[in-house]
Design a protein around this ligand. Structure first.
Ligand code: ZN
Length: 306
């Protein structure tokens, strides 16, 4: 099962030729997920060859335009292309009215169902769950209510050991329980010990998204031990005052959060258009958390390779 993150937009509020506003596409255990949808997201999806009609879950962190102005356009295009499969949008409660009014004013009737799940900044919330994954939101510290998201694979099943199974002629009806780590008893009263017939499960991966936010230690428990953390670093330390004023983080602060949360890898993004190069962000963050990369539009990360 694959779990990858593609950065569609790595810039802050002012788009540049190199950086679109925030959006990310996550492919996780056959789920097609979008996090944030800044202006131009549909063009980025096309540019990077992502089948956007397959997206069924869209998560919006907050209602600053650079995180959702692309959503009406994307939904509209999905509609024009004849979509009939529903989309679920998870975001601040006002988003439902904003979109409804926009489509009403334009006389556009969507031919597919839009489901809304309101987010809140009141602690940790499970927004989505199935057999394989779980998606939670948690509060960030920004000028308006903002949530981060964590996509977590659930613990995986034990893997059958075909040689051991063959050797002892274990009947197929026991496979299911062995994979769950259970030791069934056969008709002769003999215990079939799962440890003898399975290998340990493959690791479960997780992705945490923190944008936009000021330095905020309260997020640490929510993102603890994530395989990959995307944390905003709109500024570097030389513009620390600006970061304070606008409730954003510096590269150093993002790295400090990554260290405290014991994540495996950090990607810093949401870079202000005032920086044309990324060296400053990289050296500043790497000094506090070595395994850091600066986000670029089009960057794709496979979590199992980290
Ligand atoms: Zn913002």
């Amino acid at each position: 099962m694959s779990f990858s993150v593609t950065i569609l937009g790595s810039g802050a509020a002012l788009p540049t030729g190199k950086r679109n506003p925030t959006s990310q596409y996550i492919f996780c255990n056959n789920r097609h997920i979008l996090i944030d949808c800044g202006e131009g997201t549909q063009m980025q999806l096309r540019k990077f060859g992502i089948p956007f009609q397959r997206i069924t879950h869209i998560f919006i962190s907050h209602l600053h335009g650079d995180h959702f102005f692309g959503l009406p356009g994307l939904l509209s295009t999905m509609n024009l292309l004849g979509r009939n499969r529903g989309v679920t949008i998870y975001g601040p409660p006002q988003l439902k009215d904003i979109l409804t009014q926009l489509f009403e004013c334009g006389g556009q009737k969507l031919m597919f169902k839009l489901n809304f799940v309101p987010t809140s900044t009141d602690g940790k919330k499970i927004l989505f769950e199935d057999k394989l994954i779980e998606i939670k939101s948690f509060p960030l510290k920004h000028r308006i209510p903002t949530t981060g998201f964590r996509i977590q694979e659930k613990p995986k099943e034990f893997r059958l050991n075909p040689e051991a199974i063959e050797q002892d002629q274990i009947p197929i009806e026991f496979y299911h329980r062995l994979k769950k780590g259970e030791s069934p008893i056969n008709e002769n009263g003999k215990t079939i010990d799962f440890k003898k017939y399975t290998f340990s499960p493959n690791p479960s991966f997780s992705y945490a998204f923190c944008s936009d936010t000021a330095y905020y230690e309260e997020v640490i428990p929510f993102i603890k031990d994530a395989t990959l953390l995307y944390h905003e670093a709109t500024f570097t330390e030389k513009d620390k005052d600006r970061a304070r004023l606008t409730f954003h983080s510096t590269a150093k602060e993002a790295a400090q959060i990554a260290t405290a949360a014991n994540v495996k890898k950090l990607i810093v993004g949401h870079l202000s258009s005032r920086y044309s190069e990324t060296e400053e962000h990289l050296s500043e963050a790497s000094a506090y958390f070595e395994n850091t990369e600066v986000a670029e539009d089009g960057m794709k990360v496979e979590l199992k390779k980290l």
